[in-house]
Design a protein around this ligand. Structure first.
Ligand code: BJW
Ligand code: ZN
Length: 272
């Protein structure tokens, strides 16, 4: 689908008009071409088109499973078997899916800026698989395990039997997935890197996140306050939408490849 054939349910700047969308994309591409540092925050919606369910919303994971029961340390201590069954189910699902055109477009985008920081809340590893290099995984990675007591990361992809959860060889603590649960601190170096990139970015994209979980949700606001152009790509509005300089009501897997082609076309016509 080219930008000329945009369906009228894509709203840009709240106007239902394909012609207006073209103008907005042109304007965004112009700003991108003058930006040195691009920072991106992605959320579960980024992987939705790969077949990974989001957390919130109509098809969200947590319509079926309660977050409070599964994604926190108290739940793990109270019912480690149930929590591991849930993570094994998701691990299995995430190991079978593939990056979608949105992931591939972001990997390509990394080569278009002098500095590029990809900050993700996703734990599925799909940005790595798509070829992105500078990635800050804020909420960990589901394919790794760690000790729930001393935080030691275990090497390799170790399968966990929920009926026989292994104990840490160093301290005896129960092994858990290396993800960040509610009430837990994010990795300090990763979070500082994300804050720094958000403050220093000239342009910041918030893609496929409901922007309600902190501290991740504060990054786009921080970028905007530091003078960046804020761009949001999401089929639904979020608390960020009214703050954004550009809001594209679109799926990332459809919109991002079009944006990159428009950007490259512009570069090529400049060079010609
Ligand atoms: C599409 C699409 C398509 C669909 N294309 N888009 C400040 C204020 C208030 C509260 C707090 C605060 N600071 C800290 C807190 C507490 C808490 C928090 O934020 N609570 C709020 C919910 C109120 N935060 C924490 O506890 C964090 N820790 C922390 O801050 O430590 C310091 C501290 C400790 C103790 C006390 C106080 C401070 C840790 C947060 C960890 C989050 N962990 C999870 C689980 C990870 C592991 C796992 O997956 O199992 O991370 S929760 C879950 O939410 C997951 C996600 O990464 C995260 C964000 O969700 P995301 O990605 O936005 O997904 P959805 O489903 O919400 O949205 C999807 C979007 O995609 C939607 O908008 C769709 O429309 C869109 N979409 N299809 C583009 N095709
Ligand atoms: Zn340990």
């Amino acid at each position: 689908m080219g930008f000329g054939e945009v369906p009228n349910n894509i709203i840009v700047g709240n106007l239902r008009s394909a012609a207006y969308l073209d103008v907005m994309v042109d304007r965004l591409v112009e700003i991108m071409s003058h930006s040195r540092h691009c920072a991106i925050l992605t959320g579960a919606g980024m992987s939705a088109e790969s077949g990974v369910p989001t957390f919130r919303g109509a098809d969200g994971l947590w319509q079926k499973f309660k977050a409070e029961e599964l994604a926190n340390m108290d739940a793990f201590m109270a019912n480690p078997k149930l929590v591991w069954e849930w993570y094994n189910w998701r691990r299995d699902l995430m190991s079978k899916v593939e990056p979608n055109p949105g992931h591939l477009a972001l990997a390509e985008m990394e080569n278009l800026f002098e500095r590029f920081t990809l900050i993700t809340q996703n734990i599925d590893g799909l940005h790595h698989e798509a070829g992105s290099r500078e990635i800050l995984e804020l909420h960990g990675n589901i394919h790794r395990n760690k000790c729930s007591k001393c935080n030691r990361i275990l090497s390799g992809d170790i399968e966990i039997d929920p009926d026989r959860i292994p104990a840490c060889e160093t301290c005896g603590g129960r092994i858990r997935p290396d993800v960040v649960w509610f009430g837990e601190m994010l990795d300090n170096d990763i979070l500082s890197g994300a804050f720094r990139a958000s403050e220093e970015a000239d342009i910041f994209f918030s893609i496929g996140t409901s922007a309600v979980v902190h501290p991740a949700a504060s990054l786009p606001m921080m970028a905007k306050q530091s003078g960046a152009t804020l761009v949001e790509i999401n089929p639904d509005r979020t608390p960020l939408t009214d703050l954004a300089d550009f809001y594209f009501e679109a799926r990332s897997g459809e919109f991002l490849p079009e944006l990159i082609s428009a950007y490259k076309e512009r570069l090529e016509s400049r060079e010609a």
